[in-house]
Design a binder for this molecule. Structure first.
Ligand code: GAP
Length: 457
């Protein structure tokens, strides 16, 4: 059994593949290195993460608006941002086995795989290049964006003009980004195609420090509110040497992944770098008129930049646990109800026709409100385990007594407690439970359930 709080990456990868969370990309051709496909459960988890983020940073706030910029941008964007010149990793190659490594990650001067001699490092740009139009000529080179951020900087003026937002305000975006990473691996931690959730928060320069601190706290709180254990998160400030060319200050929000502490999200104070650069490269003034001081200023930008895939991995690692129920090993994902791919499973106690028809009716009704699964295969205990393993917070059991009293049993994933509720109250009860209300606030006519087959684990 796994040590509490310690997850074995191999076990997690196996669960993700077995249960349909995440598959290697184009697996039937042998996969494509560091590209992944999200399966039926993975896509739900990912969407729930993005929805929770959007709700917290756009829907519930008056000072941030959303954007969905295109992946392909004018090539000058990447000159202005510094990516053409500076978005490079030092690469070394083994002269014997020809494996390539990031030179800053190799200890010593020998190949970590075969001990062979390494070449001198040369710089390698991480952007994927492609071409617009049918002729592959330099004039039509474009890049797959390596971050979503630039789409927000180049739309700064459009957003100010159309929304009439005043400083401080932000733009938020979720979308794909692409990097031709040299060092890959650790499952979905470092991919060549991944998704980001980024906020560019524009502030008056003299308030930048205060907003930087605010966003660090806010973003840490988002992870813990969605169930990540505080002890598995830490803040790590970048040293001067480590700071990106655009950053005045930067902290990583690190998570204790199975391979150790690693970056989950970065929060940077980008100063006025981006608006100044895009002004100068586009020839378009990107200043803001401050009505209070009657001055034109270039806002500073505070950027909380999170990865969707890394968040998926962190939420999965944190939720994974193994316990023993009635002498049997149980694998459970204790996912927050907002993130769980399936919210409720409907399980008829037997496949007898009258029971199945009532269970299907209950299921059809719940489907209109929640992601609901119907399962009538194998013993009830097995079916509970299957739902526990994918993190379903509630199972609804329909038994023979349900035909008589029009009540069903709700069984909770984490506490294993059960309550009996009238079918008429089921949707409202589940809605309340999924919203975080105590399971034992019973609906009218409900009771704690200890009797009968359905209560057995
Ligand atoms: N706009 C700033 C920026 O892109 P970053 O630290 O390079 O900053 C931000 O990336 C976040 O994007 C990271 O904290 C991580 O969650 C995610 N990310 C970056 N590269 C990734 C990769 N190759 N695979 C998966 N996620 C990645």
């Amino acid at each position: 059994m796994a040590e509490p709080g310690k997850v074995d990456m191999a076990k997690l990868v196996s669960l993700c593949q077995r249960r349909g969370f995440i598959f290697p990309s184009s697996e039937i051709y042998g996969g494509l290195s560091s590209c992944w496909d999200y399966g039926p459960l993975g896509v739900e988890l990912k969407q729930n993460i993005k929805r929770a983020w959007w709700q917290a940073v756009v829907q519930e706030r008056d000072d941030i608006v959303g954007l969905d910029a295109s992946i392909l941008m004018h090539p000058r964007t990447w000159e202005a941002s510094g990516h053409v010149e500076g978005f490079k990793d030092p690469l070394v190659e083994c002269k014997s086995c020809h494996l390539r490594w990031r030179s800053d990650e190799v200890k010593g001067d020998k190949c970590p795989s075969c001990g062979g001699e390494l070449t001198e490092p040369h710089l390698f740009n991480l952007m994927f290049k492609t071409f617009i139009g049918p002729i592959e000529e330099e004039a039509s080179v474009v890049y797959l964006r390596p971050e979503t951020a630039q789409g927000m900087f180049v739309n700064f003026e459009n957003v100010v003009n159309t929304t009439r937002k005043r400083l401080p305000f932000g733009i938020a975006q979720v979308g794909k980004a692409f990097r031709n990473e040299i060092t890959t691996g650790n499952f979905i931690f470092r991919c060549r195609e991944f998704e980001q959730m980024e906020i560019e928060f524009f502030v008056k320069p003299d308030s930048a420090k205060q907003w930087f601190d605010y966003w660090l706290e806010e973003r840490l709180g988002w992870y813990t509110k969605l169930g990540i254990k505080k002890e598995n998160l830490r803040l790590r400030q970048h040293s001067k040497e480590e700071l990106a060319h655009y950053a005045k200050d930067c902290y990583d929000i690190d998570y204790l992944f199975p391979m150790g502490w690693a970056e989950l999200e970065g929060v940077a104070n980008r100063g006025d770098f981006d608006l100044v650069q895009h002004s100068s490269f586009s020839g378009k003034s990107l200043v803001y008129y401050d009505e209070e001081t009657k001055e034109h200023i270039t806002p500073y930008i505070i950027e909380p930049s999170a990865g969707v895939d890394r968040s998926c991995l962190a939420f999965l690692c944190d939720a994974y646990s193994e316990d023993v129920v009635e002498g049997e090993l149980r694998v459970v994902l204790h996912l927050h109800p907002d993130l769980a791919p399936i919210k409720v499973a409907v399980l008829p106690l037997s496949r007898r026709e009258n029971l199945v028809s009532l269970a299907k009716e209950v299921c059809a009704d719940l489907r209109r409100h929640f992601m609901t699964q119907y399962d009538d295969a194998q013993s009830i205990g097995r079916r509970y385990r299957r739902q526990d393993e994918i993190g379903t917070p509630f199972c609804v059991t329909v038994d023979f007594q349900s035909l008589e009293d029009k009540q069903v049993t709700i069984r909770e994933r984490d506490s294993l407690k059960q309550i009996r509720v009238p079918i008429a109250e089921l949707k409202k009860t589940l809605q309340a439970k999924l919203g975080g209300e105590d399971l034992f606030v019973l609906p009218p006519g409900g009771k704690i359930w200890k009797e009968g087959e359905a209560s057995k684990q």
